[in-house]
Design a protein around this ligand. Structure first.
Ligand code: SF4
Length: 311
């Protein structure tokens, strides 16, 4: 089967119907977050290179765009850290020339200390960086960064980017029970939020199966209290709601597998992301479970489906 760099649209709690674009190989990242829904990092690196050439990605993206209904965002990221791809600047520039669909970049922000990296994503419409810790200790516990990245230079990179970037910054903070969910953590994070001044602050927790069992979900009540401490821009991000009709869909099984290879999803996630009725999706799921292509993972009351990794 040919390699797929473009997947979805996936149901994104922040970006609506988001057409995902992988720009680095699976789990090539400068972090190894304990809550990562993709599992452990395969290649922890800060080396920038053309992991996947822009031309190859664009070719697949343009073909995929012809076959789709409504897409809210084209989102770079998802399977690793997208700014590691040294051709991201060309990629964003070419996508902007080709379509009016806004471009979002999901980044952990760790390379923004480098001016060249900051410039490479300037043309995107929205940047969604992460900030889960407020000091070095928390940073090491939660994000397990590459040894050459430290908290101070990472956060200074984010602030430098804020000063230069004309678009919107939507910060994501991942809160984990017993790790960074105390009042003192909220105060520490608030300090950096105020300095960074993002347009939005999205609060998330480990609702999907994480890389490590230690990454425990925070209750809805605690999330609400924590959120309040972070100021007016903060919101707990809620379940994706489809806002329209998805007109055209082909190759359901292929899209379903591409989606589940990136992250575990519930039946609702899959149905709204692919724009296909749940009963139809269930037929595919049953046969894929039967032939051991996908697995069922229970987390609290929710049932997730995920693609099995090849041994
Ligand atoms: S959550 Fe994002 S930044 Fe963290 S390891 Fe996974 S891909 Fe990398």
């Amino acid at each position: 089967m040919a390699e797929h760099f473009v997947y979805g649209p996936v149901p994104s709690r922040r970006l609506g119907r988001s057409l995902g674009v992988d720009v680095v190989p699976y789990k090539t990242c400068s972090y190894d977050c304990i809550y990562c829904q993709l599992g452990p990092t395969k290649e922890k690196t800060i080396k920038r290179k053309a992991y996947i050439p822009a031309e190859k990605i664009l070719d697949q993206l343009y073909r995929k765009l012809k076959d789709l209904g409504r897409v809210d965002y084209i989102t770079l990221g998802g399977s690793g850290e997208p700014t590691l791809n040294s051709e991201i600047v060309t990629l964003i520039h070419e996508i902007k020339k080709h379509t009016e669909i806004p471009v979002a970049v999901l980044t952990n922000g760790s390379l923004l200390r480098d001016r060249q990296v900051r410039e490479s994503i300037m043309e995107a419409d929205v940047i969604l960086p992460s900030l889960d810790a407020h000091d070095q200790k928390g940073f090491e516990t939660i994000n397990r960064p590459h040894p050459e990245i430290n908290f101070k230079t990472m956060v200074e990179g984010l602030i430098a980017f804020r000063k230069e970037y004309p678009g919107e910054i939507w910060l994501e903070i991942f809160i984990l029970e017993g790790i960074n969910a105390t009042e003192a953590d909220a105060v520490g994070l608030r300090h950096w939020i105020d300095r960074l001044n993002p347009e939005k602050v999205h609060l998330n927790t480990a609702v999907r199966p994480p890389a490590e069992a230690s990454a425990q979900q925070v209750s809805d009540e605690e999330m609400a209290v924590f959120c309040k401490s972070l100021g007016d821009k903060a919101e707990v991000i809620t379940t994706f709601e489809d806002r329209g009709k998805h007109e055209k869909k082909t190759y359901i099984e292929e899209d379903l597998l591409n989606l589940l290879a990136r992250r575990p999803c519930t039946l609702d996630d899959i149905s709204s992301g692919l724009g296909v009725h749940k009963s139809k999706i269930m037929k595919y799921i049953k046969s894929l479970i039967k032939n051991h292509t996908i697995a069922v993972v229970k987390k609290g009351p929710a049932t997730y489906y995920e693609k099995r990794q090849k041994p």
